[in-house]
Ligand binder design. Structure first.
Ligand code: EPZ
Length: 430
């Protein structure tokens, strides 16, 4: 199994191209199930999760062709992928596939909307928390779907004439349930109004793509999304938006090691709250023509308290990385996680590098130390593992991160991007 070896201590200087967003690409790919025409997505990142979803969509009958495998665009490999689902050949998403990636559960929306039925395995728990599916079920029931749970599967059927538009207010903000309800409602009879909807940029990206396919969606990016059902959707060409979590991760890496890096092909507006926290920690952040410049020269890292929240709040997907940064702050900071109940697994691994962190319920107290020292650490989930990489970049000596497959799910060419900026990072295959 691959590991990542980091020799810390170097500042980062250079340019890092930001990839298309994994969490936008996945629902966009699933939207291809809604039409018999071709959906073309540009700027799709090359990641393990994308490859897994390609397999899952293939199982439902989506024909997939990748343009030129990996097209070199400037310094970034962006891929253009064509998805064509003339017929849905299977409305079952089996446990073997769904259990590997929670987002594959989201096929339930398009399958139900287009075929009137879906049988999708429950995704089960995962490392960062229990992550139930009650909101998906309640929301689809509001659209008149009949839902039964049997032997670990959700069996959903639509009324004879198709799903029926309705008003549904989420009791809790959910990105995935907003994606699914929005996709299902595009082909429903009548109008659907979703209240307390997720406002994440990836939801806006999906709504924009669905509109390009002929859907009638308004209000995306606000808490109330209105979807007027249409009879059918067509194909479209859509560019996946930049990955705000990758952007924030590298910005935090520079804030941690010091240096001067341009993050290219990204947009500050996607992560205002996180960038503001990094600024308060002592980095200078300025817009460039095509991205963001992050600089930290000499000044020490200042302690900053954050609380994770749905967009536009501080993203939970950057919480672990920010904790990495705070381990070397001059003072004490507090990080409160409000989205997932068990997203602090990086704490004990950061402690192996010399961090001083104590947990009390959903809040971590981080007492900054003047230096971290490299050690063997274990990746536990995608974002936790990259927080160990960031800490390793600033630690003295060698850090060996095992279980690298977590990183491969969400960070495209991580070693290469960091190495080009002067870091000592390499993949070691056993
Ligand atoms: C998306 O997950 C992201 N995944 C996550 O990123 C991200 O952490 C999360 O949104 C929050 O921003 C993708 O986009 C593929 P939620 P999702 O439904 O949609 C609870 C990463 O590292 N909930 O918004 O699954 C849930 O348990 C991943 O890239 C219910 O209670 O998250 C959580 O506490 C990790 N019932 C909260 O809502 C439900 O039916 C928010 O989860 C659904 C969710």
């Amino acid at each position: 199994m691959d590991r990542i070896r980091i020799v810390g201590g170097n500042e980062l200087h250079g340019v890092i191209p930001i990839s298309g967003a994994k969490n936008a690409a996945l629902p966009l790919m699933i939207a291809s199930l809604l039409t018999d025409d071709t959906l073309t997505l540009e700027n799709v990142p090359h990641l393990a999760d994308v490859e897994q979803l390609i397999r899952i969509l293939g199982n439902h009958g989506v024909d997939i062709s990748v343009n030129g495998r990996r097209e070199r665009q400037g310094e970034s490999y962006a891929r253009t992928i064509h998805f064509t689902c003339r017929n849905i050949v299977d409305t079952t998403a089996p446990y073997e596939l769904v259990s590997k990636m929670r987002a594959s559960f989201w096929v339930i929306g398009p399958l139900l909307a287009r075929e009137g039925k879906a049988r999708v395995s429950l995704p089960g728990g995962c490392a960062i928390g229990t992550r139930p599916v009650d909101l998906f079920i309640e929301g689809l029931q509001a659209l008149s779907a009949n839902i039964e749970i049997d032997s670990g599967y959700v069996n959903a059927t639509a009324p004879a004439g198709g799903l029926i538009g309705a008003r549904y207010t989420f009791p809790k903000v959910s990105v995935g349930a907003t994606h699914v309800l929005m996709m299902a409602a595009t082909l429903a009879n009548g109008t659907t109004v979703l209240g307390n909807a997720a406002r994440e940029p990836e939801v806006v990206d999906l709504a924009n793509c669905l509109n390009a396919m002929g859907a009638k969606i308004t209000g995306q990016g606000t808490a109330t999304i209105t979807i007027e059902g249409v009879r059918s959707l067509s194909g479209a060409r859509h560019r996946v938006l930049p990955d705000r979590i990758e952007t924030g991760t590298y910005a935090m890496a520079v804030a941690m090691t010091g240096g001067d890096v341009i993050l290219e092909d990204t947009d500050m507006a996607l992560l205002d709250t996180a960038l503001e926290a990094i600024r308060r920690a002592g980095a200078e952040i300025t817009p460039t023509n095509s991205g963001i410049r992050v600089v930290r020269n000499g000044a020490g890292i200042k302690p900053v308290d954050i609380v994770t929240d749905p967009f536009p709040g501080f993203p939970t997907d950057l919480q672990a990385q920010f904790m990495g940064l705070m381990t070397m702050a001059k003072g004490t900071s507090h990080i409160t996680e409000t989205i997932f109940e068990n997203r602090f697994m990086h704490v004990q691994e950061l402690a192996r590098l010399g961090a001083k962190i104590s947990l009390s319920g959903q809040t971590a107290k981080i007492e900054g130390v003047s230096r971290l020292k490299g050690a063997p650490v274990m990746a536990t989930d995608l974002r936790a593992s990259v927080s160990l990489v960031i800490a390793g970049l600033a630690a003295e000596g060698e850090t060996m991160v095992s279980r690298v497959y977590h990183l491969d799910r969400g960070f495209e060419r991580l070693e290469e991007k960091l190495t080009r900026c002067g870091a000592h990072v390499e993949r070691v295959s056993d």
